[in-house]
Design a protein around this ligand. Structure first.
Ligand SMILES: NC(=O)c1ccc[n+]([C@@H]2O[C@H](COP(=O)([O-])OP(=O)(O)OC[C@H]3O[C@@H](n4cnc5c(N)ncnc54)[C@H](OP(=O)(O)O)[C@@H]3O)[C@@H](O)[C@H]2O)c1
Length: 239
C-alpha cells in the first residue's frame, strides 16, 4: 500500500510515536489523517481531523466511526505502560483494557471501512511481546496478547484483502520511557520506519536499531514458520 492520497487514523496521536506517525503520514501525502486523542488537539495542517477518542470508551469509538467516511489505514498506537510487580490484578486489567481491548474494539469498529478499501491495520505492539521486561510485566503480558491477536487477525482478514501489521517496537524516546537510562530511538525515525514497513508490506515491522537486530532471526525462525503453518488452516476462506 502507498500512503500518498490515503486516509489514515492514528490513536494516541497527541504525543510520542502517535504524533510522529501523524506527521510522517502527512509528509507522505496522506489526504486525511484522523488524529484520535483523549484531549482536544490543534494541528496546523488542515488535512488533520481531530477525533475525541479514548480507546476504552465504546461510545467514543462509535462516535468516531460516524465521523469517518473512508479509511485506508488504522494505526492502533494508544498505549499505557506502568511499573508493577504483578501483585495487583487491577494493574493487569488496566493494561489489557487499553493495550489489548482498545485496539481490538477499534479494529472491530472500523473493519467495515477497511474491508471496503482493502486497507491495512497497524498494531504498535512492542518487542516485549516476545520477551518481557519484568519491571513492567503487566504491560508485557498485554503486548504479548495484542501481538497474538494481531497474528490471528492477519490470518482471518487476509480473505477480505485487509493486511494486518505488527510493530515490534524497541526503546523509543517518549514520555513512556522517561527515566529509563538506555539508548532510545527517535519517535520520528520509528514513525518513518513503520510507514516504510507498511508500504513494503512487511507483516512484522522492527522500526528501530534495537528491534531491528531481531528481525532476520524472527522472519526466518521456527516460531514465524509455525505462525504461517497454523494460519494455513484458515486460508481456504481466501480461495
Ligand atoms: N516508547 C517506547 O519505548 C515504546 C516501545 C514499544 C512500544 N511502544 C508503544 O508505542 C505506543 C505509543 O507509545 P509512546 O512511546 O508514544 O508513549 P506515550 O508518549 O506515553 O504516548 C501514549 C499515547 O497513548 C495515549 N493513550 C493512553 N491511554 C489511552 C486511551 N485509553 N485512549 C486513547 N489514547 C490513550 C496517550 O494519550 P494521553 O496523552 O491522553 O495520555 C498518548 O497519546 C504504545 O502503544 C506503546 O506501548 C512504545
Amino acid at each position: 500500500m502507498t500512503l500518498a492520497n490515503s486516509t489514515v487514523l492514528v490513536t494516541g496521536a497527541n504525543r510520542g510515536i502517535g504524533r510522529a506517525l501523524v506527521d510522517a503520514a502527512l509528509r507522505r501525502g496522506a489526504k486525511r489523517v484522523y488524529a484520535g486523542t483523549r484531549r482536544p488537539l490543534d494541528h496546523v495542517d488542515e488535512r488533520v481531523t481531530p477525533l475525541g477518542l479514548d480507546v476504552t470508551d465504546a461510545a467514543q469509538i462509535r462516535r468516531a466511526v460516524e465521523q469517518v467516511d473512508a479509511l485506508d489505514l488504522l494505526v492502533n498506537n494508544a498505549g499505557i505502560a506502568l511499573l508493577d510487580d504483578l501483585s495487583d490484578p487491577a494493574v493487569l486489567e488496566q493494561h489489557l483494557a487499553v493495550n489489548l481491548f482498545g485496539g481490538y474494539r477499534m479494529t472491530r469498529a472500523f473493519l467495515p471501512l477497511l474491508t471496503r478499501s482493502r486497507g491495512a491495520i497497524v498494531n504498535n505492539v512492542s518487542m516485549m511481546a516476545l520477551a518481557p521486561f519484568p519491571v513492567t510485566p503487566a504491560y508485557a503480558a498485554s503486548k504479548a496478547a495484542a501481538f497474538n491477536l494481531t497474528q490471528s487477525l492477519r490470518a482471518l482478514l487476509a480473505a477480505d484483502g485487509v493486511r494486518v501489521h505488527a510493530v515490534l517496537t524497541g526503546p523509543t524516546d517518549t514520555e513512556m520511557t522517561r527515566g529509563l537510562d538506555i539508548a532510545k530511538a527517535s519517535p520520528d525515525g520509528v514513525a518513518r520506519a513503520i510507514l516504510d514497513g507498511v508500504e513494503r508490506g512487511d507483516e512484522d515491522i522492527f522500526p528501530d536499531p534495537v528491534s531491528e537486530a531481531l528481525a532476520e532471526s524472527w522472519r526466518t525462525g521456527a516460531v514465524k514458520e509455525l505462525e504461517r503453518r497454523l494460519a494455513a488452516f484458515v486460508a481456504p476462506r481466501a480461495a
